[in-house]
Design a protein around this ligand. Structure first.
Ligand code: COD
Ligand code: ZN
Length: 394
């Protein structure tokens, strides 16, 4: 009996030691969509995810949206290091935290943030700023100590926009994660991590749309629809949607546009058409296409004296604008914003709470939900123009 007990104890003890070792080692093996090089399909691979270092957080991803910016890396129109794990619009659960992390704990529901908020740099400390100095704008693809936490087939795999969400587990800096309400549905609120907030924030935070005003939105994709929702929630009384594709009008009206027009329907410049329609009273315009011509059209379309025009669409790289400075001299305000001008860690949890209070509806933006392994199908839907947002679930 004694012999049995002691053998049992040894086995148990060994088991405990082994368990402790694996916790200490802390590497998680899981599936991820790895992009080995541009213009190539994703490859679903087994990867190793190292434990979070000091001030880092390891997250189990629950749902992730597919954004056009991810596709820019595949096509090579956005700079990235390879191999890389893309994805930057997600919801997850904190699996473990590194030393010194105080703002989230294991089990918290979170949204990873492609735009961090360190709360220390000038942009974070200024009430009007949001472009935190810790953002990975150069596409270096590593965490703050200059290394990556992902390995595949013995090779380091790069991070993307501080987030990398096309994987079952990721590691991010504490400044790149926001704790959200536990009750939030992951496959919906992931959109608050990018597309929705980019448009909604442009209206409520950057444009500061006033109640009773007239707003015009150029481009009725998912981000443009989110601008409409922002204008509506700010109390705009007239919201005019503009798109070349009239198929976009129905959804725009459903989320709050009061009318929609195509620039092709008139031979007059769109600014004249809008001036006639509104009695020369367009308070705010939003460019949500990313084209130089429509940026100027949007500027010219807001009121010459008190109008504000917001550039939401990312301009094509290395292109210059030429415009009549008289457009600004008379008093127009011309602004732009990334992530709607929102402060990510402060504003994302607030938007989730507002969503739960039914202040806006994300269902209109989600056209497809697919299992993670069908990621390539999700990108086909994006490229064929069939989807607004596809959400991948794990
Ligand atoms: N006139 C009117 N409408 C047009 C024109 C035109 N000349 N050209 C295209 N359109 C319409 C299209 O028919 C389409 O409906 C719409 O414009 C564009 O919509 P989508 O579906 O292509 O794109 P979105 O809404 O998902 O995103 C568009 C942005 C321009 C906002 C996006 O590409 C972007 O630049 N995002 C901002 C960058 C950013 O903040 N990045 C950070 C992380 S993503
Ligand atoms: Zn995005």
């Amino acid at each position: 009996m004694k012999h049995f007990v002691s053998r049992h104890t040894v086995r148990e003890t060994l088991g405990m030691v082994f368990q402790r070792m694996s916790v200490e080692a802390g590497v998680i093996k899981c599936k991820a969509a790895v992009l080995w090089e541009q213009q190539q399909p994703f490859s679903i691979e087994e990867i190793e995810v190292a434990p979070p270092k000091t001030k880092e957080v390891r997250i189990k991803i629950l749902a992730t949206g597919i954004c056009r910016t991810d596709d820019h890396v595949i096509k090579g129109t956005m700079v990235s290091k390879f191999p890389v794990i893309l994805g930057h619009e997600a919801t997850g659960i904190v699996e473990s935290i590194g030393e010194g992390v105080t703002t989230v704990k294991p089990g918290d529901k979170v949204i990873p943030l492609f735009l961090p908020q360190c709360r220390e740099c000038n942009a974070c400390r200024n009430p009007d700023g949001n472009l935190c100095i810790r953002g990975d704008i150069t596409g270096c693809g590593v965490l703050s100590d200059g290394t990556t936490r992902f390995t595949c087939k013995g090779k380091p795999v790069h991070h993307f926009m501080n987030t990398s969400t096309f994987t079952e587990y990721t590691v991010v800096d504490e400044s790149s994660v926001a704790k959200i309400d536990d009750a939030a549905p992951p496959e919906k609120v992931c959109l608050i991590g990018c597309g929705f907030s980019t448009g909604y924030g442009a209206a409520v935070k950057t444009g500061k749309v006033k109640p009773g005003s007239t707003c015009v939105i150029f481009g009725l994709g998912g981000v443009g629809l989110s601008v409409i929702m922002g204008c509506k929630s700010a109390g705009a009384s007239r919201i005019i949607g503009i798109d070349l594709n009239k198929d976009k009008f129905e959804k725009a009206m459903a989320v709050g546009a009061t009318e929609c027009i195509s620039p092709k329907d008139s031979t007059k410049p769109i600014s004249e058409v809008l001036s006639e329609m509104t009695g020369n009273n367009v308070g705010y315009t939003f460019e949500v296409i990313g084209r130089l011509e429509t940026m100027i059209d949007a500027l010219a379309s807001c009121h010459m004296n008190y109008g504000t025009s917001v550039v939401v669409g990312a301009p094509p790289s290395a292109k210059m604008l030429t415009y009549d400075p008289m457009l600004l001299f008379t008093g127009r305000t011309w602004k732009g914003c990334v992530f709607g001008g929102l402060k990510s860690r402060d504003d994302v949890p607030k938007l989730v709470t507002e969503f739960l209070a039914k202040k806006f509806d994300l269902d209109q933006l989600i056209t497809h939900v697919l299992p993670f392994k069908k990621i390539s199908e999700g990108f086909e839907l994006l490229n064929s123009g069939q989807s607004i947002r596809t959400v991948l679930t794990f």
